[in-house]
Design a protein around this ligand. Structure first.
Ligand code: G4P
Length: 287
């Protein structure tokens, strides 16, 4: 995954412009489909999405399920459903879950379809749009739906563009440019989780602190994975830095003078987390 995309200058002027454009697009569609990263469903949400969408019927697309904890993905799906949203789970990279999109949208918009039928407008297509923060998988999703390769949505907020529609199936059209939203930058926990997954650059924190925070959370929630991968054992109160030291010692990451090379260990932990060599983890629960 590239890490440059969240480098967008999301200063307030851009947010306002993006929001205005999205509100204009919203008038053209029957439903909004919000793509989230299944590993961090809360941190990959836009903080203003409810206000932006108003009363539009909503779908949540939990993407990257190939990288997330399946039990927690199920819990999140149930939670979003309980809020009245349609939910599908996708691995866009491998085309999993994509064909659930049409049926799930028709269920969500069943009332509207019934009204169309009553008025003799049975063939009128439903129109929907996809929104999400940079890097969450919007272009990949739209390309999969359209059966095409390579076209990348421009991750530039506030750029005027012509409207084009992608045919999902008969009677269902998707706006072919996604709405690019900003995450909740002001919340440091959100910044941390976006950095764990690589959605933002590592330099929000030094790499060792970032890795220590990740190790600490994994030790609390998925200790077996760390035991197996790094052959470490520790008590429940062990700090992230202590966990990194234990792992660095086991791996023999030493600097001249026998000092532990924690920077090297930190990079290994982050790389192994992001490539799922450590396992499939979800770092947020609905509670
Ligand atoms: P965006 O339009 O929302 O900015 O995101 P985009 O589709 O460009 O996706 C960002 C990266 O995430 C891409 O990887 C894409 O392949 C990957 N991706 C999207 N959906 C999934 C998924 O469900 N599972 C996994 N594992 N990855 C997914 P990239 O490294 O930028 O490109 P590439 O290596 O795939 O060419």
């Amino acid at each position: 995954m590239t890490t440059e995309d969240l480098n967008i200058q999301w200063y307030p002027g851009h947010m306002t412009k993006t929001r205005r454009m999205m509100e204009a697009d919203l008038r053209l569609v029957d439903a909004v489909c919000e793509i989230l990263d299944a590993r961090i469903p809360r941190s990959s949400r836009n903080p203003d999405i409810d206000a932006i969408c108003g009363n539009k019927p909503r779908m949540v697309i939990l993407n990257r399920i190939d990288m997330a904890d399946p039990d927690r993905t199920a819990a999140w799906a149930a939670w979003f459903k309980a809020q009245g949203m349609a939910v599908i789970r996708t691995d866009c990279k491998n085309r999993k879950g994509i064909t659930d999109f049409g049926p799930a949208l028709r269920r969500l918009l069943a009332e509207k379809l019934r009204r169309y039928a009553e008025k003799g407008m049975a063939g009128k297509p439903l129109k929907v749009m996809v929104v999400g923060i940079p890097n969450v998988g919007k272009s990949t999703f739209i390309n999969q739906i359209a059966g095409r390769k390579g076209a990348k949505a421009e991750n530039r907020p506030g750029v005027t563009r012509g409207k084009q529609w992608v045919t999902v199936d008969q009677g269902l059209l998707l706006l072919d440019t996604p709405g690019i939203l900003w995450p909740k930058f002001e919340d440091p926990e959100v910044g941390l989780r976006l950095a764990f997954t690589g959605a933002v650059k590592d330099d929000i924190l030094d790499v060792e602190t970032l890795s220590a925070r990740l190790m600490r959370q994994l030790w609390q929630e998925y200790p077996q994975a760390l035991r197996e991968r790094y052959k470490i054992e520790a008590g429940p109160e062990t700090t992230g830095f202590e966990l990194m030291e234990l792992a660095a010692r086991k791996r023999g990451f030493l600097l001249p003078g026998n000092e532990l090379d924690l920077e090297r260990m930190a990079k290994v932990v982050l790389e192994e987390y992001r490539s799922c060599k450590l396992g499939r983890f979800t770092l947020e629960t609905p509670q």
